[in-house]
Design a protein around this ligand. Structure first.
Ligand code: SF4
Length: 519
């Protein structure tokens, strides 16, 4: 595939000095992430974005990251290349706080950019971990933004440090920079592919050199990456919602194991595709449909919104009880509740109103204030639920603490029966691919029976979507254990890659670095 020429100036190879402006004075803000006061929601991994050949590369990347904000709210960064120099801005906090200011975008000139919005999964929330990470290689600058988590990141790090690598961050992503730097191959892309062959786990990578924009997806396609086009310029993004915000056209999903390279030749943007891995059955993460992706995104050709509605309809098929209204836990339970209501014929009501303007500013560590916090963020809509038997629908259950509070809130508001339904199966295994799930001891469903969970949550009945039902809602006959179509291991324990860091006989440290640093 060749993209039409962007009429702006051709980038010239220039001096590779990196003009970074890494702000250390940006204050962490208080993102309104969710009603998660007890670590009781899943945290998305990260969002990545890249564009090549557009005169407004930094501004477009900022907008793309803004659309991907739900994938990570702790920090964001953009690296651009202007034909001579790289420029970098990396900030703690929300995308809009740092990158909506004109003076920040003006410090990011160039027609090629990569960006990242982060929720830390490996490595802490400190500025030096904020991506894109950047390094000076022999052949020039190299920036990388990573969505996912390497399951051999600690092992690689130990080996690299043993060979003399000086690690700057505590992020597993930095191993990729060092692997590329240490490769003895000639061409950049050969070095890059050699690095990919050494890493295991889940990754959607967007990288920038002085000549190329490179995208790569892990061989199983666990984390998503899509290709778009704006004014003839290629775009890589975690989700299609990042294309919609800028009016870009969706071209296709990057395939599992695919490495895609954009560069200029004779003022025309050329595309190079590499498939360095033996083909293997894809296993995209099913949680992109359950929770992570935005409902208006299309993931692997499917509308996330429609899939969530199908999960809700299947839930109604499997575990309906006679009630008066169906109520979603906002926002994540809304599409599933719509699907449930439509299938069951029970009216849908907004029995919980979410206040979108409450941030962590108000959340204090004292337990009594935490309890107050839930009511600040979610209020019962008495008019919709008083005197009624309700079915509450949420997307998933992690620790159960928030569910218990919401059930109590419904009863306090006059609901006569509260039946709790989850539009996904019980989560009973930890994630190693970039999702901030607790270990087994912190997962309610891993340590309690269904009846124990019902009692703890305080619901009249409790039911989860079955595994086979989840697959049926995706159009499959059920889950084929010999060839599951999705990464579903938080429900099944069937991990699709090696877990070197977690199975090595020699115990691995849980943190990458012992350097404590203020964030
Ligand atoms: S454990 Fe697997 S299926 Fe579950 S969220 Fe993580 S990558 Fe997705």
């Amino acid at each position: 595939m060749t993209f039409t020429t962007y009429s702006g100036a051709v980038e010239k190879r220039g001096a590779m000095d990196c003009q970074q402006s890494l702000s250390s004075d940006a204050s962490p803000n208080d993102p309104d992430t969710d009603f998660d006061l007890d670590g009781d929601t899943l945290r998305e991994e990260c969002g990545v974005f890249g564009i090549f050949g557009h005169p407004e590369a930094a501004a477009i990347t900022a907008l793309g990251l803004h659309a991907l904000q739900h994938r990570g709210q702790e920090a964001a960064g953009i690296v651009t290349f202007d034909g001579h120099r790289f420029h970098s801005e990396r900030r703690l906090g929300l995308v809009g706080d740092a990158f909506s200011r004109r003076e920040v975008i003006e410090r990011l000139p160039g027609s090629a950019a990569v960006g990242h919005t982060r929720y830390s999964t490996t490595g802490g929330t400190i500025l030096r971990n904020v991506q894109p990470l950047f390094a000076e290689l022999h052949a020039g600058g190299f920036a990388v933004a990573h969505n996912g988590n390497l399951t051999n990141g600690l092992t690689l790090r130990r080996e690299l440090v043993g060979r003399g690598a000086l690690m700057q961050s505590t992020s597993d992503t930095e191993a990729i920079l060092h692997l590329v730097a240490q490769s003895r191959r000639g061409r950049f892309i050969e070095r890059y592919i050699e690095a990919l062959r050494a890493i295991e786990g889940a990754y959607a990578l967007v990288s920038l050199t002085n000549k190329k924009l490179v995208g790569a997806r892990d061989p199983r396609g666990i984390r998503p990456l899509v290709l778009g086009e704006l004014d003839g310029c290629p775009i890589l993004a975690s989700e299609t919602c990042a294309l919609d915000i800028i009016g870009a056209k969706y071209v296709r999903d990057i395939e599992p194991g695919e490495v895609i390279v954009f560069h200029r030749k004779d003022d025309v943007i050329q595309t190079e595709i590499h498939k360095p891995f033996p083909p293997m059955p894809p296993r995209p993460c099913i949680f992109e449909y359950i929770y992570f992706s935005r409902p208006d995104s299309i993931v692997a050709g499917r509308s996330v919104y429609e899939v969530r509605k199908a999960f809700g309809a299947q839930l109604a098929r499997e575990s309906h009880v006679d009630v008066d209204v169906v109520v979603p836990v906002p926002d994540s339970g809304v599409p599933a509740a719509l699907g449930y209501s439509r299938f069951s014929g029970v009216p849908y009501e907004l029995g919980i109103i979410r206040n979108h303007y409450v941030g962590r500013t108000f959340i204090q560590p004292a337990q009594s204030v935490r309890e107050l916090g839930v009511r600040m963020k979610h209020s019962a809509n008495r008019a919709a639920i008083a005197g009624k038997r309700i079915i509450l629908i949420d997307d998933s259950l992690v620790r159960g603490t928030t569910s218990r509070k919401i059930v109590r809130m419904m009863r306090d508001a006059g609901a006569t029966e509260v039946h709790f339904r989850l539009a996904s199966p019980p989560i009973i295994h930890p994630d190693y691919y970039g999702i901030d799930l607790p270990d087994r001891n912190g997962l309610l469903a891993a340590t309690h029976s269904l009846e124990e969970m019902r009692e703890m949550i305080g619901a009249d009945s409790l039911a989860f979507l079955s595994i086979d039902g989840m697959y049926r809602a995706m159009g499959e006959p059920g889950r084929d254990p010999a060839n599951p179509k999705y990464a579903d291991h938080c429900f099944t324990g069937a991990y699709p890659t090696s877990l070197t860091d977690h199975t090595d006989i020699e115990p691995q440290p849980h943190q990458l670095s012992l350097l404590a640093e203020a964030s």
